[in-house]
Design a protein around this ligand. Structure first.
Ligand SMILES: Nc1ncnc2c1ncn2[C@@H]1O[C@H](COP(=O)(O)OP(=O)(O)OP(=O)(O)O)[C@@H](O)[C@H]1O
Ligand SMILES: Nc1ncnc2c1ncn2[C@@H]1O[C@H](COP(=O)(O)OP(=O)(O)OP(=O)(O)O)[C@@H](O)[C@H]1O
Ligand SMILES: [Mg+2]
Ligand SMILES: [Mg+2]
Lengths: 251, 251
């Protein structure tokens, strides 16, 4: 049974892409077939794995607008068990283009239906907003992984995100639940990180992954080499923390 | 003559709000009247200055949808020369609500026209996207300040942002230009920071602010106290770097 997870948070720069790419790679390293879907017009997850747009190659944009089937957009990576459906900048226009389409919130779900049976996990990277693309991801998913940077502004946005998840669950996708909150860019030397982490664990108890992602420069260097951290520097604390998160997810 | 500047970058978490709030405060500290406009439905610039939504008090949402005049939404802050037009979560819906409105891209510009003569500077904080709200900011502005985090993904998005600025200049606002790129969260110990900074200076030469904003925990602590960094800890490197940036802007 394929589990479909999306990585979402409207707050920008909290580690959505870094989590989607490195968690997908860590799960693939455990020989579980994973499909990473890049739903962000910034295309960071695609380029973070070294995938460049190629003329004639369909992307998620062509899939959502009905011009190509999902299987035609799937690309392979250096990890045998990891495949990717890359994004394209055109995704930014999909919102307006599909504004009057029938069941526009279900476009991604329909594209995935019946097309992902070969994968144990589908992981969807979302853009920093709660608009059309992210709603599509929430409608298509079984559960949401919420990366939370241990900072004040990031904590502020959490209630809005949980509100949107409840709205989508009631209106479109009754099975949608929160897989877990993962604390990212945690800096042990910094009081604010500890304060935010304590508050989140007090509020959300076992909904918070035990694995904490530390601030680690290897995680921000890896994308410029087109590799996930486990291929760029597996001994780094960043790579190790995502391997630990994958073990928690698979348990 | 009032100068209208927006702080924009679709990449999330690069320091847009931190730059908008602290630059506005630094300019106000130099006794130049400043209006800070929060155009992000996350409302971070508003809450970063301690402004909470109050029933009956109009926000930028009411102004853009024609339910209130700009002057009715202006709030004061601890700094005499700094006023704020706060955001509200409803801004996220303005995009769809105004999808068929006439001259929808000019809503903010029309709201500011004739209403900001008392201010020397208007500084607009943008959400992490290139959609309706950010386009409104670009149409309303004389110039754009681009915060750029010294990281790989942030550099990747720059060409897309410059392309959007050119499109808005050609189609809606011929006076729009780039005020400058400001390097943010610069970490002197980290190679990647230096590499990105070198590449940006090579490419953009004098379009890059000489002031560089260092990674400084006081900048991320200040918003939880509802204060800009110059009121929270003026001796911090973060506060000092924004005072230096303001001096460059005013020169
Ligand atoms: N744990 C970490 N340690 C150090 N750097 C990190 C870490 N996680 C992410 N980064 C870096 O921080 C920046 C923001 O992370 P990322 O792009 O993954 O966030 P995002 O939530 O996907 O952003 P957006 O909202 O733009 O989609 C990137 O440059 C990334 O390389
Ligand atoms: N120079 C800095 N040093 C340390 N922390 C910083 C610095 N600049 C910003 N921050 C912190 O990093 C996070 C991201 O910054 P900020 O929210 O200003 O970015 P943004 O571009 O406005 O994000 P969004 O895309 O969500 O609007 C915040 O928690 C902020 O407090
Ligand atoms: Mg991302
Ligand atoms: Mg912001």
């Amino acid at each position: 049974m394929t589990r479909i997870l999306c990585v979402a948070n409207q707050k920008g720069g909290v580690g959505k892409t870094t989590t989607a790419v490195n968690l997908a790679a860590a799960v693939a390293a455990a020989e579980r077939p994973v499909l990473l879907v890049d739903l962000d017009p910034q295309c960071n997850a695609s380029s973070g794995l070294g995938l460049r747009p190629e003329p004639g190659q369909p992307t998620l944009y062509e899939v959502l607008t009905g011009q190509a089937a999902l299987v035609d957009a799937v690309r392979s990576t250096e990890l045998q068990a990891l495949s990717v459906v890359p994004a394209s900048r055109d995704l930014a226009a999909a919102d307006v283009e599909l504004v009057s389409a029938d069941r526009r919130e279900f476009r991604l779900r329909q594209a995935l239906d019946g097309a992902v049976a070969d994968y144990e996990y589908v992981i969807i990277d979302c853009p920093p907003s709660l608009s059309f693309l992210t709603v599509n991801a929430l409608v298509a998913s079984d559960a949401v992984i919420i990366p939370l940077q241990c900072e004040y502004y990031a904590l502020e946005g959490l209630s809005q995100l949980l509100h949107t998840i409840r709205t989508v669950r009631r209106g479109f996708n009754p099975r949608l639940r929160v897989e877990g909150i993962v604390l990212t860019m945690f800096d042990t030397r910094n009081n604010l990180s500890h304060q935010v982490a304590e508050e989140v664990r007090r509020h959300f108890k076992d909904k918070v992954f035990r694995s904490v992602i530390p601030r680690n420069v290897r995680l921000s260097e890896a994308p410029s080499h087109g590799k996930p951290a486990i291929l760029y520097d597996i001994r780094s604390t960043g790579a190790q923390s995502y391997l630990s998160m994958a073990r928690e997810l698979l348990a």
